[in-house]
Design a protein around this ligand. Structure first.
Ligand code: BES
Ligand code: ZN
Length: 857
């Protein structure tokens, strides 16, 4: 039962006093609102980990007359995260005002109210911050902690003097007395509890003003504040962009962007007080281009939530995707409008859409609109389906409606639901009302059903026979027989049917025979295509002639690879296809190529006796990347394209991994210069230089890298060192890494990366998996509320393609089963089965193909 059904809050007055040691707080809240539903003798609020005392319960009648209703008992119902106020009197509908006194702890897991740790000139310091999404406001004060329970909030904080206090709104009053300062903030707009936030501590600030006069401010610890300059400028641009795109002014006087030294996720859209982990906000001269671009996207993502999410909010977590899928699409639109030379939409097709297609190919995926019951399940749906598949669905719809219709529909949606809540259908309805197109009919299948279609295309004289079935990665899965159908936009100019609905459709193909058949032009559709051999032959010819657009090449290649892995076609078909990409020079296509080489290498040569394949691939890859390697080199050129700068690290890493001698020598040189003479490395190549030095190095490099890790302030560099320190071959260095984690030498916020990287290193994966089993409870205690915790079963499974580990995997996770890992466990099983069956099918054929190539080259 939702607590909103019995009480609808209208306003909260909240006072919170942080203790001098910053380990606990006390507070008072006065909640005014409407009692609803069946009359009963109790009133219930959310709380978690608080002690609560009821000071008063007052009924206010229509004339404003106040009558106290005695509270007879206050019961903390721990298993429901509730506090129940019992009365002898029957409580009926009407206005009530409740005053509750509470106290609670400040604990290290990064939700609710939590501390952040940092060093200022060697001195240990602390900030206090909050993270309330999805249901952690209840850890800070009693409330109705559901997105539909929107209210206004007026917060007053008491904290040590000389520290600044930030919240969603500006302060309206401050007073200092007895070494403490009290800051009272302005009333917030009507909003959900998960968007409330505050921060207390020593932070520095930068400020500019948006075109419309909103004060845009960035905050960071003193030594990092200069590195917020890029973020500040970008933030102001996107503020202007959204105010004009949505045609609704930002409703607050200021919007803050704060880099926090400890942060569980990437960033959080608290209304007017957006919080980030340092890595997603700070940019310095040593930041890689990829990270800088990511910072821009994250800022645009969180800022778009200020309208889509904060002003208009999903009614319940089932429609979380409305927030996250939409923002994951809109961030690209906003950033692209200021940085067209970044070609973000081609990056979208790989980074978002292809990722979604991979996860959604599992039988144990879930529909975009997903039922959530237990609060613990909410965390598990902040996943690739809500984000990347959601964004991909919006992408397809945007293409279907066109720019103008889409924008007008959105404006209408936001205006008609502002300060209220919606579900998916409300968005479709608004777009439909404005564009007069059948949006509901088109979109329903995509958001309410699991998976996506595989189109099989065969040419028969002047017709194409197109069949749709659900694409499932695991050949053994019964979901391949799932009768689900989708309305699929064919996106092939010249074909008579724009959209197919049936299982099997015969389409007249009037096309010029010399132009190859390629569906899903521009790759805006969320599906894969399997072409018959004769069609593929004409496509290959067209690629060789340089006639096919980059996204279409990317699409053909990724579909070809995933179809192969899933056993719909033999690997030779895919390998013949990549042979026609020898002149390829674009980033998105190379990402697919590199990904497929990586999978072939790691899955097909999994067991030691297949090591042969790994070696056979090396000369092939050296040869294959040669052209791009000599085009790009190690040095950035003046005026080179953004995508070339991003491509360089990919090419250099392929060359390094295939032990290309010149590349290894160059890397060794750069590494020694950095360590011995502090010579800066091109930030885009830094990760590869470190990782390669580690892969080919030993204890000496381990110590050098760790000392760099401890010295650097840059989270971008820290991350590349983490990737390197988990790349060693020697078992004793794997143990050393795991010991560092256990000794808490690495911030908890970063531990999941280290573990995921260690699992991805074939030399350390077994030991890491054993360690993970042994330290599961420690992980759960320290990172259990973190998003990535629920993903560990998938991280483990990705590295396994052997039957014997399957048993161990099953035994361990069934013994430690709980709701938050249930889906990831089932997905992991599928991933392992798919890997094992792929290896059995194709390992030998792949080895043969690569050895034939060596003979030819
Ligand atoms: N609302 C989320 C933050 C969040 C995630 C809160 C999970 C609670 C649980 C925010 O808008 C978001 O999506 N952040 C992303 C970064 C973004 C650029 C994709 C994240 O944290 O990964
Ligand atoms: Zn988001």
């Amino acid at each position: 039962m939702r607590l909103f059904a019995q009480f609808a809050p209208e306003h909260y007055d909240i006072e919170i006093n942080i203790s001098a040691d910053k380990r606990s707080f006390t507070g008072t809240t006065i909640i005014k609102g409407q009692r609803k539903g069946r009359p009963s003798r109790r009133l219930t609020f959310h709380q978690k980990g608080l002690s609560v005392k009821a000071m008063s319960l007052i009924h206010i009648d229509k004339k404003g007359q106040r009558t106290e209703v005695p509270v007879t008992r206050v019961v903390l119902q721990k298993s429901f995260d509730e506090v129940r106020l019992h009365t002898n009197e029957l409580l009926r509908g009407g206005t009530f005002e409740v005053t509750l006194h509470f106290s609670g702890p400040i604990t290290k897991n990064m939700d609710g109210v939590y501390p952040c740790f940092f060093k200022d000139n060697g001195v240990e310091k602390e900030l206090i911050a909050t993270q309330f999404e999805s249901h952690h406001a209840r850890e800070a004060f009693p409330c109705i902690d559901e997105p539909e329970a929107k209210a206004t909030f007026q917060l007053t904080l008491t904290h040590p003097e000389n520290e600044i206090a930030l919240s969603n709104t500006l302060p309206i009053k401050t007073a200092t007395n007895n070494k403490t300062t009290t800051t009272q903030f302005d009333r917030t707009p009507v909003m959900s509890t998960y968007l409330l936030a505050f921060i207390i501590g020593e932070l520095s600030m930068k400020e500019i003003t948006s075109k419309s006069g909103v004060s845009i401010r960035t905050f960071a610890t003193k030594n990092q504040i200069e590195h917020t300059a890029f973020a500040l400028e970008e933030a102001a641009k996107y503020m202007d962009f959204y105010e004009s795109y949505y045609d609704i002014p930002f409703p607050l006087k200021k919007c803050d962007f704060v880099a926090l030294p400890d942060f569980a996720s990437g960033a959080m859209e608290n209304w007017g007080l957006i919080t980030f982990r340092e890595q997603t906000l700070l940019v310095d001269p040593d930041t890689s281009l990829g990270t800088k671009q990511f910072v821009a996207l994250v800022i645009a993502h969180e800022l778009t939530h200020q309208w889509f999410g904060n002003l208009v909010t999903m009614r319940w977590w089932t429609d979380l995707w409305l927030n996250e899928g939409f923002a994951s699409w809109m961030e690209y639109l906003a950033v692209d409008s200021f940085h067209p030379e970044w070609h973000l939409w081609t990056q979208f097709a790989v980074n978002e859409q292809q990722l979604a297609l991979k996860m959604d190919a599992l039988e144990h995926t879930h529909p975009i609109e997903v039922e959530v019951k237990h609060p613990d399940e909410i965390r598990t749906i902040f996943d690739t389906i809500s984000y990347q598949k959601g964004a991909s669905a919006i992408h397809m719809l945007h293409d279907y409606l066109g720019n103008e219709g889409f924008k007008k529909g959105l404006r209408y949606y936001l205006k008609s639901h502002e300060y209220k809540n919606t579900d998916t259908v409300d968005l479709w309805q608004a777009l439909e009302d404005v564009t007069k197109k059948p949006v509901k009919e088109f979109m329903h299948a995509w958001t309410s059903q699991s998976g996506f279609p595989l189109l099989t295309v065969e040419k028969k004289d002047d017709h194409l026979k197109i069949t749709q079935t659900r694409f499932v990665a695991n050949p053994a899965s019964s979901s391949r027989k799932d009768p689900t159908l989708w309305p699929v936009p064919l996106l092939a100019p010249g074909l008579a049917h724009p959209t197919i609905h049936k299982k099997s459709t015969s389409v007249h193909h009037s096309h010029d025979r010399t132009i190859p058949i390629k569906l899903n032009r521009g790759q805006t559709g969320f599906y894969r295509v399997d072409y018959s051999h004769d069609i593929q032959t004409t496509q290959i010819e067209s690629i060789r002639q340089g006639e096919m657009d980059v996204l279409d090449r990317m699409g053909l290649l990724s579909d070809g690879f995933e179809i192969t892995k899933a056993g719909y076609q033999p690997i030779s078909e895919y390998l013949d296809l990549i042979d026609s990409f020898r002149a390829e020079d674009s980033l998105p296509v190379w990402e697919i190529l590199a990904g497929s080489f990586g999978s072939i290498r790691s899955v097909l040569s999994e067991s030691d006796n297949d090591n042969n394949l790994r070696d056979l691939m090396k000369p092939f890859i050296q040869n294959y990347v040669h052209l791009q390697l000599s085009r790009l080199g190690f040095q950035e050129r003046d005026n080179e394209s953004h995508l070339d700068t991003l491509l360089r690290p990919l090419i250099v890493s392929l060359a390094a991994l295939s032990d290309d001698e010149e590349t290894l020598a160059e890397i060794a040189l750069l590494y020694r210069k950095k360590i011995d003479h502090k010579a800066a490395i091109n930030p885009d190549l830094r990760a590869i230089v470190y990782a390669t030095a580690a892969r080919l190095g030993g204890k000496k490099e381990f110590d050098e890298l760790w000392s760099l890790y401890e010295q650097t302030q840059s989270s971008d560099e820290k991350l590349s060192i983490a990737a390197a320190m988990t790349s060693f071959v020697q078992p004793e260095l794997h143990t050393a890494v795991l010991n560092l984690l256990k000794a808490e030498k690495v911030k908890f916020q970063d531990v999941p990366y280290w573990i995921a990287y260690s699992l991805a290193n074939r030399h350390s994966k077994l030991e890491t998996w054993k360690w993970l089993q042994k330290n599961w409870l420690w992980m759960k205690k320290n990172m259990g509320t973190d998003l990535s915790f629920s993903r560990f079963p998938v991280y483990v499974a990705r590295t396994v393609a052997e039957d014997n580990l399957l048993d161990e995997y099953q035994t361990f996770f069934t013994a430690h089963m709980e709701p938050i890992i249930a889906r990831a466990y089932a997905q992991g099983l599928e991933i392992i089965q798919t890997n094992v069956s792929w290896r059995k099918r194709d390992a030998q054929a792949a080895a043969m193909w690569f050895s034939d190539q060596i003979a030819q080259d």
